[in-house]
Design a protein around this ligand. Structure first.
Ligand code: MG
Length: 314
């Protein structure tokens, strides 16, 4: 038995983003039945917080054009299952589908706001404010993402004050959770410590913060550990390390859920996740996609992965 390190939480909420963030950049459209099966396998592995899909216009993200169909196939689920909704129309669709939690996605940098949302940072926050207000009025929880918190491929290192401003604004407009995204995975533990300290100084309640790391430079777990030491208890991860950011130079994407769970359990922190069942779910999905997962833990635990053909480069 390991001895828990001082100052760490006894339980962490693993916020699974595989079905949405993980699959959204897949080139080949994945059948909705496969997506539903993936979600069911994740639930069976004990993941109770799963971001399911996105109610964005189909032309923005063709892979997620089946949002309504997926939710209908899944039916009511136990746990927390947010969906992304950038606009009022997206919120209409989510409410019609019986969704209880939505997420909006802001950017800390002007360049990414333009590329991702076709607006300035200020204009995108103005677009989200009425959506968040209406969602809260309907009794929904709302997660607000801040992308590019530590670095941006066009603007370089992002001033922490700039990140804090967006995070504070999302919290003030009614977001019940603010998630700090290292969208291209360039952040390091010192930056994470500084940003979380600054946000606490600006009055953001740390229990309402979440972190979303990418493993581009192999820093995702180190960054997670520092976030936990700063009081964060909600950590995003993607089963099999699926997904990434099309703007990141490396193919390495989201922190793999298996890698996160391995570390947390090693620290004596509860997650509710059964790592064996999660490994099986992840292997199954890798088989569906026809390529091995970059997860180090999955590779260590499941040599069967070697049998999966690598059908796409990278
Ligand atoms: Mg991501």
């Amino acid at each position: 038995m390991s001895t828990p390190l001082a100052g760490l939480p006894t339980r962490v909420e693993v916020y699974e983003v595989g079905p949405r963030d993980g699959l959204q950049n897949e080139k080949a459209v994945i059948p909705v039945g496969v997506k539903a099966d993936f979600v069911r396998r994740l639930l069976a592995a004990g993941l109770s917080t799963i971001e399911l899909t996105s109610f964005v216009p189909a032309k923005w993200v063709p892979q997620l054009a089946d949002a309504e169909e997926l939710l209908e196939l899944l039916g009511p689920l136990p746990g927390r299952h947010p969906v992304l909704v950038p606009t009022d129309r997206g919120l209409d669709r989510a409410l019609e589908a019986g969704v209880r939690e939505v997420a909006v996605f802001a950017s800390a940098t002007e360049t990414f706001a333009q590329k991702n949302l076709n607006r300035t940072v200020a204009a995108s926050l103005d677009m989200f404010a009425p959506v968040v207000a209406r969602a809260r009025g309907e009794g929904l929880a709302v997660r607000g993402y801040v992308s590019m918190c530590f670095g941006d491929p066009w603007e370089g290192e992002v001033p922490l004050g700039q990140v804090a401003e967006v995070a504070v604004r999302l919290h003030e407009m009614g977001c019940t959770e603010v998630c700090l995204g290292d969208t291209i995975g360039v952040g390091t533990p010192g930056q994470v410590h500084s940003l979380l300290g600054l946000l606490a100084d600006r009055g953001l309640p740390v229990p309402e913060l979440a972190v979303h790391f990418h493993d581009t430079y192999g820093q995702a777990l180190a960054n997670t550990l520092v976030a936990l030491q700063s009081g964060v208890t909600t950590v995003d991860a993607s089963t099999g390390g699926l997904g990434g950011c099309p703007y990141a130079r490396s193919a390495t994407g989201n922190l793999a859920t298996e890698d996160l769970v391995w570390m947390l359990h090693g620290l004596g922190i509860q997650t509710g996740v059964d790592l064996t069942a999660l490994t099986a779910a992840s292997l199954w999905m890798a088989g569906q996609l026809g390529r091995p997962s970059p997860s180090r833990t999955l590779t260590a635990l499941a040599p069967a992965q070697e049998g999966i053909a690598c059908s796409t480069p990278g």
